[in-house]
Design a protein around this ligand. Structure first.
Ligand SMILES: Cc1cc2nc3c(=O)[nH]c(=O)nc-3n(C[C@H](O)[C@H](O)[C@H](O)COP(=O)(O)O)c2cc1C
Length: 226
């Protein structure tokens, strides 16, 4: 193999341990709904994971994200109420065994996690002057998702669990947090220290869905019908 130096690359390489740590955070990141503990999340730790989020790539370098830090119990209870009604409606869409299986799933930890993050995205950011969004306006939301993934991985390295809640009416959440109309709700996240990180996704453990083999999602040169 040609060494990085021989290729003219002068970026300092990651050590074996640093590289292993990156892959470990990726592999051991979990969506956490149960296992939260009530221990408070120190402000400096929260800032570190938000800093990681803020270093995400963004279309036109527009940085369209906004993170609303929610610790107030009454606000979390309100969102939990939105979740309960949306979840009951979602459960009603399944039939037979699948309906029973859905009802047994734990799909949010809004009240157990001491910190919630309401992540919203400016749909038409002035920053970046439209670069990249003329053809794909949705890239502002994609950028915000990149920020969330950075936060999720940094949180894992900090021993913090993160659970993504999408089973809520976005308009109700936006109005609860008085978010202006130009912003979209991208994620409602539950954040807190955890007793354990599961070895496999909860939905895999509960036989709802399983991980595809990598080769099922890779094509070469053109899309392959399977
Ligand atoms: C966009 C998005 C929305 C999600 N919404 C929910 C949700 O509402 N409730 C939930 O329990 N998990 C939610 N999840 C988490 C997924 O269920 C989880 O990522 C998946 O089962 C794989 O598990 P893992 O993240 O632990 O690897 C969401 C994940 C993403 C990326």
């Amino acid at each position: 193999m040609i060494s990085p130096e021989a290729r003219g690359v002068h970026a300092p390489p990651f050590s074996d341990a640093e590289r292993a740590a990156v892959y470990r955070a990726i592999e051991e990141r979990r969506d956490v709904r149960a296992h939260f503990v009530a221990d408070p999340v120190p402000q400096d730790v929260l800032r570190r994971v938000l800093e990681a989020a803020h270093h995400a790539p963004s279309v036109g370098f527009s940085q369209p994200w906004r993170f609303i830090v929610v610790r107030d119990r009454a606000r979390r209870e309100a969102v939990h109420g939105f979740f309960e009604s949306a979840n009951a409606e979602a459960a009603g869409a399944y039939e037979g065994d699948r309906a029973g299986a859905y009802r047994r799933l734990r799909l949010a930890g809004i009240l157990d996690a001491p910190v919630n993050l309401c992540v919203v995205c400016d749909e038409d950011p002035a920053r970046g002057d439209g670069l990249g969004r003329r053809t794909m306006p949705e890239t502002a939301r994609y950028s915000t998702v990149c920020a969330i993934q950075n936060l999720w991985l940094a949180a894992r390295a900090e021993g913090l669990g993160v659970g993504w809640v999408s089973i809520v009416d976005p308009q109700k959440v936006l109005s609860l947090f008085r978010v202006p109309a130009r912003y979209a709700l991208v994620a409602y996240l539950c954040v807190g220290y955890v007793r354990a990180f599961a070895a496999e996704p909860d939905l895999e453990r509960d036989h709802w869905e399983s991980r595809l083999p990598l080769d099922d999602v890779i094509d070469y040169e053109i899309f392959t019908m399977r």
